[in-house]
Design a protein around this ligand. Structure first.
Ligand code: ITT
Length: 196
């Protein structure tokens, strides 16, 4: 079975490939198909965006497609950046800039609890899809720490590890992460997935 990863995010791609290593699928990336139009992410939930990315890609390319929509949910910020995690603070900020913005917005706030959430949508070319979800809770640090991972990992402190996700190895992170959980749920019913 061929599976197209419907993402342009390199950090996600790396983690998804690592997690699915050993499963009987041939993974293709969007870049393998040459120039194709961007899918506009205008949904209000992770679910909407994941389904949209997976189903449009599967229809367009004629292969099953897997999309990941995910983000950081900060309680003291009423759930922000949430579905806007990738572009929070505007197009000019990079990952480090977005981490700094979160730290600034949490200055003086007592509640630093947060979670990463992930919805994986697996769609076939007809548009039918299966959905898997994962969530992991953590605490926003006072300063950035660590160089591994991507996105908000340097400010996401995972208490059971006693360090941030950016200070963890990818094996450690994948064991407990929102993405790791959603994908292992998918892997648990891979037989169903494979007959598609
Ligand atoms: P695609 O839509 O092409 O997959 P994207 O980066 O636009 O890429 P999202 O809209 O799902 O994807 O945005 C998710 C953002 O949430 C991502 O850019 C990170 O900033 C953040 N994020 C998600 N998972 C993360 C993780 O495991 N560690 C750190 N940050 C994460």
């Amino acid at each position: 079975t061929t599976l197209v990863l419907a993402t342009r995010n390199k950090g996600k791609t790396r983690e998804i490939m690592e997690i699915l290593k050993g499963y009987p699928v041939i993974i293709k990336n969007l870049d393998d198909f040459g120039p194709i139009p961007e899918v506009e992410e205008d949904g209000e939930t992770f679910d909407d965006n994941a389904y949209k990315k997976a189903s449009i890609t599967a229809r367009m390319l004629g292969f099953p497609a897997l999309a990941d929509d995910s983000g950081l949910v900060v309680n003291a910020l009423n759930g922000a950046p949430g579905v806007y995690s990738a572009r929070y603070g505007g197009e000019d900020l990079d990952d480090a800039g977005r981490c700094d913005l979160i730290l600034k917005e949490l200055e003086g706030k007592e509640d630093r609890s947060a979670a990463f959430e992930c919805v994986i949508s697996l769609a076939v070319p007809t548009g039918a899809a299966l959905t898997y979800e994962g969530r992991v809770e953590g605490v926003i640090t006072e300063t950035k720490a660590g160089d591994n991972g991507f996105g908000y990992d340097p400010v996401f402190y995972y208490e059971p590890f006693g360090k941030t996700f950016a200070q963890s190895t990818s094996e450690e992170k994948n064991q407990v992460s929102h993405r790791g959980k959603a994908l292992s749920e998918m892997a648990a019913e891979f037989d169903k997935v494979l007959i598609w």
